[in-house]
Design a protein around this ligand. Structure first.
Ligand SMILES: [Zn+2]
Length: 63
């Protein structure tokens, strides 16, 4: 059975309507960019905040 598509307001706050997802395609990146800007682009700060919030270590995969 196909999933019913329920349009929702885009979670980034742009006022657009999605086709059922949380974001209009690409707009999740806007939120990510805004978060990075908010913490002056320090990804390690973000990592620490996430680790504190989830109480788990963020594992960075190495090639
Ligand atoms: Zn949006």
């Amino acid at each position: 059975m196909p999933r019913k598509i329920v349009p929702k307001p885009c979670a980034c706050g742009c006022g657009g309507i999605t086709k059922g997802g949380k974001f209009i395609p690409g707009h999740d990146t806007r939120v990510y960019r805004a978060i990075l800007q908010h913490i002056d682009g320090d990804v390690l700060d973000l990592k620490r905040i996430i680790e504190q919030t989830t109480d788990r270590t963020v594992v960075v995969e190495q090639d």
